[in-house]
Each structure stands twice: as structure tokens, then as C-alpha cells.
Design a protein around this ligand. Structure first.
Ligand code: SAM
Length: 286
């Protein structure tokens, strides 16, 4: 990482820097954020698009750098976000479309990209209350699945997502894209299987695990007794015995046809909306 990227001391504050060279060290550092190692080292990540940047800033996420295309200069919302970035000590870069395309690896890049501090919810701080639903994912591998699940958890009114075991990075470009901005609204925690098992014992939650060999039809479960954690298995191998043993109920979504199983994100959506349906009274028909 170049010194400029992190050392945004008083010298830089208030500056808008014009960059057209792909070889610029700040641009190289931003491009490196497509690698997990660089994201981990810097504790930051990239989000594309003005809407996402606005949502993130509105929700109080710390923006380190705002990058926008020359063509977006003067647009009121872009100027507002640039002003807020500068006011919070961040760096603003005005770049050529070629530079933006190289950052996002897209031919038709978004006009605006933000670099934000990552935020992880510490597992010990999760004390689910009555009526809450959490999702726990065992070794989720696919960024598209994880992003879709975070987006769906947001839409279903779930309280957050816990990544159990070695998981794909919620702050990768692909995952963030798939969340459509919900990564800024849904708390994400991570835990080893052992940490998760220890946590569930003290958290007072009911674990509803899903399994192709589950004994209980998911529609017959009472999701209202305690805060619920929906525990979902890995895409390839499903839920390991170590985690399945922790379940208060092992749920199955009955299927027809020839498919062996549902896609992980689809199964999570089915479970989430069923659990939430039990917890929420029906909205009034207008
Ligand atoms: N081959 C894997 C197996 O044997 O479990 C398939 C895993 S499936 C793609 C990923 C996860 O989605 C499963 O571990 C489970 O949590 C959930 N899932 C998918 N279809 C399901 C169903 N019909 N009933 C319950 N859970 C299901």
C-alpha cells in the first residue's frame, strides 16, 4: 500500500485530486482491493455506484476515498458526497473513465466508487431479542449466494448474518455487488464452529437448522418461542454433524421433481420468509 492511501492527514484533507494515469500509486492501491489480502490488510473495501455510496454514508459508514468519473463532476449528489467525504477527512479523486474501468474491471463502470472501512459485528455483542431472526451460514463459498442472502435478510427484516467457518468474503466486489447495498444495512459476524456453538449456549436462541434429511417440515415449526437462528449448510457438502447436532429442529423444505436440493440462497429465502411470517402480523391491505 502506498503511504498516500492511508496517510490522509491534514495535507490531503480538502483536496480533490485529478488522476488519469493507471500507474498512479493510489489507483494501484485501490485496484488491489479486489484481492482479499489487500482488503484484510487495509480493513477497507470497494462499493460501486452513487446510490450505494449515498446509502453507506447516510448509514454512518466511514468513507476513506470517493472516486468519480470526470463526466460526473458537477452533479449535485456527487458534489454532496464529495463534500461529505472531505469533511470526514477522506480523499476525493476525479478520474478518467479508463481509470474507473480498471478499478472495477468493467467496460461500462459506474460513475462513482467509494472505499469504506469494513465493519464486523463481534459475535459476543449479538444478544438476540424476542422476535429477532438471524441467519448462520456454514462455510458459504459462493460470493453471489452470500450477497443474495445478505440482500434477502435485509428484505425479510432479519437482524444479521453469522458466517461460521471458512467463508467467502462479504466485502469482495462480487459479494458487495450482489447485496445491492444491503451490506451496509445488515450486520455481519464471523465465528469458528466452536465459537458459534459456545455462543448459542449463552445466547438463548433456538437453532433451526436446514438439512436435506431433516425430520421436520419447515412449515410446522413454531418460530416464535425464542429468537431464531436459521442455520444453513455449505453449498457442496451440506451441514456437518458437528453443527447439525446443535439444532433444536432439523428442518426440511419438501421438494418435488428431480432436483436434489435448492440453491443455498433460495433455501435461505424460503426459510427467512416463513420464519418472519410467523413473527409478523399481516400488513393491512390498502
Ligand atoms: N449436496 C448438499 C447436501 O447434501 O446437503 C446440498 C446442499 S444445498 C445446495 C445447501 C444448503 O441449502 C443445505 O445444506 C441446506 O441448508 C439448504 N437446503 C437446500 N435445499 C433444502 C431442502 N430441500 N430442505 C432443507 N434445506 C435445504
Amino acid at each position: 500500500m502506498s503511504k498516500d492511501f492511508h496517510d490522509q492527514g491534514p495535507r490531503r484533507v480538502g483536496q480533490v485530486k485529478e488522476v488519469t494515469s493507471l500507474a498512479n500509486p493510489i489507483i494501484k492501491d485501490i485496484k488491489a482491493l479486489t484481492n482479499k489480502k489487500s482488503r484484510e490488510e487495509s480493513g477497507t473495501f470497494l462499493a460501486e455506484g452513487l446510490k450505494l455510496v449515498i446509502d453507506a454514508i447516510e448509514l454512518g459508514w466511514t468513507i476513506r476515498t470517493l472516486v468519480y468519473a470526470k463526466a460526473a463532476k458537477g452533479k449535485p449528489l456527487v458534489e454532496q458526497m464529495a463534500a461529505r467525504t472531505v469533511a470526514s477527512g477522506g480523499l476525493v479523486l476525479e478520474v478518467s473513465e479508463k481509470v474507473l474501468a480498471s478499478i472495477t474491471r468493467r467496460d461500462n463502470p459506474q460513475m462513482v466508487v467509494g472505499i469504506f472501512d469494513q465493519r464486523w459485528k463481534p459475535l459476543r455483542d449479538i444478544r438476540p431479542k424476542e422476535g429477532e431472526t438471524w441467519v448462520a451460514l456454514d462455510r458459504v463459498r459462493d460470493p453471489g449466494n452470500l450477497g443474495t442472502i445478505i440482500r434477502t435478510a435485509d428484505a425479510a427484516g432479519a437482524s444479521g448474518v453469522i458466517l461460521v467457518g471458512e467463508a467467502t468474503d462479504p466485502f469482495s466486489l462480487e459479494t458487495v455487488r450482489a447485496t445491492m447495498g444491503s451490506v451496509f444495512a445488515v450486520p455481519v459476524a464471523r465465528a469458528t464452529p466452536e465459537e458459534f456453538i459456545a455462543w448459542r449456549k449463552s445466547a438463548g436462541v433456538s437453532i433451526v437448522a436446514t438439512h436435506l434429511a431433516g425430520a421436520v417440515d419447515y412449515r410446522t415449526i413454531d418460530y416464535r418461542k425464542k429468537p431464531v437462528v436459521l442455520l444453513m449448510g455449505n453449498e457442496q457438502s451440506g451441514l456437518p454433524d458437528q453443527l447439525a447436532r446443535e439444532a433444536d429442529a432439523l428442518a426440511r423444505i419438501p421438494q418435488q421433481g428431480r432436483a436434489d436440493s435448492l440453491n443455498l440462497a433460495v433455501a435461505t429465502a424460503v426459510m427467512l420468509f416463513e420464519a418472519r411470517r410467523h413473527l409478523l402480523s399481516l400488513p393491512e391491505v390498502k
